[in-house]
Design a protein around this ligand. Sequence first.
Ligand code: 9MR
Length: 378
Amino acid sequence: MVIAAEPAALDAVERTTLPSHSAASLTRRSLLRSGAGALAAVAGAGALRPARAAPASVPFGAAIQFEMFDIDAAYRHAFRDECAIVLPMNELKFGLLRPSREQFLFEPADRLVDWALSNGQRSRGHTFVWWSTNPDWLEAITDEAEAERVLVDHIERTADHFRGRLESWDVVNEVMAHEPGGRDGPLRDSFWLQRLGPRHIPLAFGTAARADPSARLVINDYDLEFAGDRYDRRRALTLDLVRQLQDAGHRVDAVGIQGHLYSHLKIDREALARFGRDLKVLGVGLLATELDVIDFQVPGGPDEIDEAARVVVSDFLDGLFAGQRPEAVIAWGLTDRYSWVPDAMPRADGSPSRPLPLDRDYRPKPWFADVRQRLTQG
Ligand code: 9MR
């Protein structure tokens, strides 16, 4: 699969900014550029610091939901007290932000982000390009040029609105097929793929880089940590996507590993470490963006469920840290009271799922203390 190697495959805007060098020299140039981009982001967002001034800990963060933020003070306090990074979970997705073509409903995300910043916390953006939650008016667009105009305009206006407040953006989310190399793929069959082809990925990165030069640009995906062929293929394809973007002259600052951890599966710590090292060689960082535990296949009561969670989270962090120091570890919510996990994968015995660092009553799980300790060691 080629997403961006041929300048001819790029849109007009991309073409004007791409130097016409060989792929090899483009690779070196883009590596240099990506290093410079990372340094610029350091100055802007404080995401990385020089080694000697390195903070003791890797920041812990969590995604917050506006509906609960608005009504549940205990929920707000938990995010205020536990997190260094707080990001809107859903409020920046295309469908919520753009109920109609004319509208940009920035207010819920503005309130969440400004609240986090006023607490001295940091925030990040999720997400510009996703296969899910697209509004009907968008999916009704059939013309390629119009789809391109909408995507570019969406990224430009949204990135510009939040410039200086969001330290990074998940530029594309889940663009890999669920089973690349199997019956699907390699890329996800989405509205964006159907209308624009694979070039929607470099188009999104190029547009985001111009719209907010100080934000770190992240490619975000799931199922990158387990043992098995399918996961090997997903790791390899992610590296391939990063290389192709770099070869086409685009800045990719980090890969986001979502980290939805099935506690009945085995983490491939070695492969995860290798993945982190390979990214480091490319000058690309790594962070966990959506950590939670999916326990629907684990029998037993809360103690057994939490012990299985402790093991899978610990193995995950082992592999992550062995590859390169992660930029952040971010959970997908904070309390079991509110999570997508029981809706998508309920426990067969009908008992409550226990996916997140705090239980339904905001009590920390034992594994949360382990995470904290690991992050503090840096
Ligand atoms: O947790 C999110 C849930 O509240 C939303 O209803 C859903 C659809 O917008 O998205 C969930 O978050 C997903 C994330 O955006 C991308 N990775 C998978 C997450 C869980 O489905």
